[in-house]
Design a binder for this molecule. Sequence first.
Ligand code: HEC
Ligand code: HEC
Length: 313
Amino acid sequence: MLREGVGKGGKHLYPVMPYTAYTLLNDKDSLAIKSYLFTLTPRTIKAPENKLSFPFSQRWSLVFWNWLNNENKRFVPAEDKSAEWNRGAYLTEALGHCSQCHTPRTITYGLSKKAYAGTVQMGWYAYNLTSDKQHGLAGWSDAQLKSYLSTGYAKGKGPASGPMAEAVEHGLRYMTPEDIGAIITYLRSIPPQASGPIAQLMPAPPSQVDTEEHARGQKLFAQACSGCHLMDGQGRQSDWAALAGAHSVSDPEAHNLIQVLLSGTSLMTEHGKVSMPSFTGAYTPDELAAVSNYVIAHFGGKLTDVSSAEFKK
Ligand code: HEC
Ligand code: HEC
């Protein structure tokens, strides 16, 4: 199952189960996972039915998908690289399956050659992780990356929300400092690709944001958001509520901002759970659009035109 995506009774699994990453796992680690799972209390719970439309409902077609997109081969260490780099490559590519969210996909939904250039999936932007100076991670210090991956927050870079909060909460925060360090060593070696939004800390010039719409957005931010985030975005509730410097507030298309406003987000930290509620009940689509445009101009320095349609969709 981990290598070929074939489950019980020969059933082909959909690649939302990331076996194209787990296929790289060695025998020892795959069997260690099995040993752990086999210590859990047996329970019978019926999984919900899949609701896929034609042609995606045709499982047999995955035979062709696998042929195109799953190499079914184990991780082979690079001899010209350090042990730490190889450990990082193994953790990132196999167990961490980071590319499954951060690498753009091809037309057949396989991983493209633009490794870690960043991409949008299910509304969330999984940002560029390459060593590009403006779009990627070259502007992050090792300490910032270490803090982000192991706690879901880095000073000056904002929190991890949504799917990345899940990756930290359920996986990364249990890793040893050595393994987090190895992942960082590997990420640093990914060739730069210039794509995706650029994070910046500059407010947009006052002459351009001095409008009625922004005044309305600011008022809404003061009412609805500043209690946790503070007016200057430094975060009152906790470090995880610091927005300044976050990629999400510099994305001109506001992907992740729209997602957190629609669905909320939460993360387990060593000081307990931090969370943000969904705002769709208490505020109208029009108000959410106004607050979004204000947030991106004020914290990301970009003038945007997020419309209420984004919240009605
Ligand atoms: C389930 C999808 C998913 C997986 C798996 C995932 N990420 Fe992410 N990642 C995201 C999303 C979405 C964001 C943006 C989060 C936000 O805006 O708060 C993100 C943000 C990040 C950031 C911050 C980038 C920035 O510019 O702000 C880093 C660093 C990162 N991820 C590293 C990793 C690493 C390393 C792994 C593998 C160990 C990984 N991610 C696995 C979805 C994912
Ligand atoms: C109850 C406190 C609370 C309120 C109210 C709140 N937030 Fe948040 N917000 C948080 C916390 C905590 C996080 C980080 C959670 C996580 O890491 O999963 C967050 C995350 C975010 C993020 C994602 C940052 C990133 O880079 O991942 C944005 C953007 C955001 N909030 C904007 C807003 C806006 C706009 C409002 C008002 C409409 C608002 N928040 C109201 C607590 C709050």
